[in-house]
Write a protein that binds this ligand. Structure first.
Ligand SMILES: C[S@@+](CC[C@H](N)C(=O)[O-])C[C@H]1O[C@@H](n2cnc3c(N)ncnc32)[C@H](O)[C@@H]1O
Length: 220
């Protein structure tokens, strides 16, 4: 685990007071279930596997993962205690007590090496500076088992002019520094630089706020 990093993060909708609106917004505005189930299906989870939902937000993907395969061990991690409180409430409502939610930063994950069979992350990497994106990918690589898989859903490489314009509101909200590398399509290169192999784009989706792409990569 790394130490002495800045304790800074961007909440789901930039401002803490907007966090309560995040879940309804992506649930109804972005076909959340279809997009997240795409990631779940590409993993083909097996019982007893240990999986992380990195920057889990309100825990929707963690719940989908737990429901998709009995016997998997799901751990959701997020830097924001306020959004984790919403995730824990949803866990209780859905009666899946065994999902663990932990507070933690993506660039110093509170886990030992080679722990996870799969790490998932959705709508998160575009929140990070280039340096933090790299450190986060290194941490995912460190905590995955050999042969483990990294599954990403995020804004990347708008597929046409309309999708490029649609992405502008996200850039205004989340910041141009963190989001601009995604206009060029940075994720496959970052995966390669970190040492991931068999990098594959598994899907692309047009949304009201730009193109989302899904990727899968393996730790050799
Ligand atoms: C846009 S939300 C996405 C939440 C969820 N993954 C989803 O798909 O709905 C981004 C999340 O990243 C979290 N976050 C931001 N910076 C972080 C960091 N450095 N480490 C861990 N979580 C972070 C925020 O608290 C927020 O919950």
């Amino acid at each position: 685990m790394k130490a002495n990093k800045t304790k800074a993060y961007i909440p789901a909708l930039k401002y803490h007071w907007m966090t309560r609106f995040y879940y309804p917004l992506i649930q109804w505005g972005m076909q959340e279930k279809k997009l997240k189930m795409h990631l779940v299906h590409q993993a083909a989870l097996q019982p007893d596997e240990v999986v992380m939902d990195l920057a889990c937000g309100t825990g929707t993907l963690a719940l989908f993962l737990q429901h998709s395969q009995a016997g998997v061990h799901v751990i959701g991690v997020d830097a924001d205690p306020e959004i984790l409180a919403i995730a824990k409430k949803k866990r209780k409502e859905n009666q899946v007590d065994h999902i663990r939610f932990e507070e933690g930063f993506s660039d110093r994950l509170p886990f030992s090496n080679h722990l996870f069979h799969h790490v998932f992350t959705s709508l998160f990497i575009h929140h990070l500076s280039l340096e933090k994106k790299k450190e986060t990918f290194e941490e995912v690589h460190r905590t995955l088992k050999s042969g483990g898989q990294f599954h990403i859903l995020d804004f990347d490489n708008p597929q046409n002019g309309l999708m490029r314009v649609a992405f502008l509101p996200v850039q205004f909200l989340d910041g141009f520094e963190t989001t601009s590398p995604h206009v060029k399509g940075i994720i496959p290169n970052l995966l390669k630089e970190t040492g991931f192999a068999a990098i594959e784009e598994t899907g692309k989706f047009s949304t009201i706020v730009g193109t989302l792409r899904a990727y899968r990569a393996f730790k050799p």
